[in-house]
Write a protein of this length. Structure first.
Ligand code: MLT
Length: 317
């Protein structure tokens, strides 16, 4: 029997399956000070989402010769809230659920792109204030525009498929591509992120947050973006980040929104979560959401089932 702790929730059906298999499951969220006092040291498996950070201090505070966390599971894709090096040094296994939320984030990214170019959020806010802003709400179409994807993993490839169906030309930059999925496809591959930004009026971020991508999408890069699309429309510049906070420099983006250089900014992730960036979010051309790209019933069920399978294969084989 494994003692399992889910700090940021777990699908109830999955809790039931694990309990029926004889495992003990607790659903308790611990704050950082509690984590540093060893609150999770008695568990074999820790399941976290983005709200819990397992850094080297937390690991050190919870691992001793008497009690040993065996497995940490990140319910989701990004592993940036776990100190992987320290975990490996301490012999703790770390796993994630890389495929379960792909479609949820793909659809959400397209939603953000559409909301940005068609002023959906702003028009909705104005309707609530009884403002019928028909004239000032003219948008532009995604069709005929160049979409630049930063990173070309599973989610990004899904976005590319939908974007192409909408009539966009897809451009990508990903220095880590192994099998070159752009070969023999109509996706344009760029050798530098600068070249990608120089070619696209619309950008969607899909890379991991690492030391080299932190603050990467900043003034210097954004100012390279054209505002006229290949179909000759002055569509302005549009950026969406449903990947990780910190990749986009929020201060630079805010300045460029205020100057009109960025037409719309869709943000699901922030440098500081759960605080967000209320000042930036209050700009009329920002659409902000509280890191809910992966939050669909379907994806939570799939994530839960992947977690169940990971635990069962670890403890029952
Ligand atoms: C992910 O990395 O899969 C997501 O950011 C998960 C989440 O919503 O926390």
């Amino acid at each position: 029997m494994a003692r399992i702790l889910a700090t940021d929730g777990l699908d109830s059906e999955c809790v039931k399956i694990l309990q029926e298999k004889g495992h003990h499951v607790d659903l308790i969220h611990f704050e950082r000070d509690e984590l540093l006092r060893g609150a999770i040291s008695g568990y074999d498996v820790i399941i976290i989402r983005s709200a819990t950070k397992i850094d080297s201090e937390v690991l050190a505070a919870n691992i001793s010769p008497e009690s040993h966390i065996h497995l940490i599971i990140r319910a989701g894709v990004g592993l940036d809230n776990i100190d992987l090096k320290k975990a490996s040094e301490l012999g703790v296994l770390v796993k994630n659920t890389p495929t379960a939320s792909t479609m949820a984030v793909v659809e959400f990214t397209i939603g953000h792109l559409l909301a940005g170019v068609r002023n959906i959020s702003r028009a909705d806010r104005e309707m609530r204030s009884t403002i019928w802003a028909k004239k000032s709400s003219t948008g532009t179409e995604l069709s005929g525009k160049n979409l630049g994807l930063v990173g070309y993993g599973r989610i990004s490839r899904g976005v590319a498929i939908v974007a192409k169906a909408l009539g966009m030309s897809v451009h990508v930059f990903d220095p880590f591509l192994k099998d070159d999925p752009t070969k023999n496809s109509d996706v344009v591959k760029h050798d530098s992120v600068e070249s990608l930004f120089s070619s696209c009026t619309h950008i969607s971020i899909h890379c991991a947050l690492t030391e080299s991508t932190r603050g990467m999408v900043n003034y210097d890069l954004i100012q390279l973006m054209p505002e006229i699309s290949p179909d000759g429309i002055v569509c302005g510049r549009h950026i969406v980040n449903c990947a990780r906070g910190g990749i986009l420099d929020e201060a630079d983006a805010h300045k460029m929104l205020k100057s009109g250089h960025i037409r719309s900014l869709g943000l699901d992730v922030f440098e500081n979560e759960p605080e967000g960036n209320p000042e930036l979010s209050s700009h009329p051309n920002v659409i902000s959401t509280p890191h809910i790209g992966a939050a669909t019933s379907e994806s939570q069920k799939r994530i839960g089932m992947e977690i169940v399978n990971l635990i069962l294969s670890e403890f029952e084989s």
